[in-house]
Design a protein around this ligand. Structure first.
Ligand SMILES: [Zn+2]
Length: 126
């Protein structure tokens, strides 16, 4: 089922996110919530979605008011893709984020991310 309010897919009759009860079956072009994440990950995932020709919607969740309240200029982005591409996008996001060795220890890792697969082969196998 699909919650029109949160754009979430669920197997339940009630939205686990907002408790909405009148869920409806999802349609092919419904925007579906994939995940929310920080800007670095969001950019990276969007990049791969682009490469795969998957249309998506990136929405900053934190408004100016919220940022002022928390004092943290850290924006969270929610990614949505049409249901027809949902499984694919989910897999991409999962495989990127599940990458081993990238511990979440703050925002100092920007340089470690190289989303571009460049054909420079530096042989570091040994
Ligand atoms: Zn909902």
């Amino acid at each position: 089922m699909y919650c029109e309010r949160c754009h979430r897919l669920t197997e339940e009759e009630v939205c686990p996110e907002c408790g909405k009860r009148s869920l409806r079956p999802v349609k092919e072009d419904d925007p579906c919530f994939v995940l929310s994440t920080g800007q670095i990950w969001a950019d990276m995932i969007c990049d791969v979605l682009n490469q795969n020709g998957i249309p998506f919607l990136k929405q900053g969740r934190m408004g100016a008011g919220m940022a002022m309240l928390t004092g943290i200029p850290l924006e969270t982005y929610s990614l949505y893709v049409p249901y027809s591409h949902f499984e694919q996008a989910k897999e991409i996001a999962d495989s990127l984020i599940a990458e081993p060795g990238s511990e979440e220890d703050g925002a100092t890792e920007e340089e470690a991310f190289e989303p571009d697969e460049e054909a420079e082969e530096e042989e570091e196998e040994e």
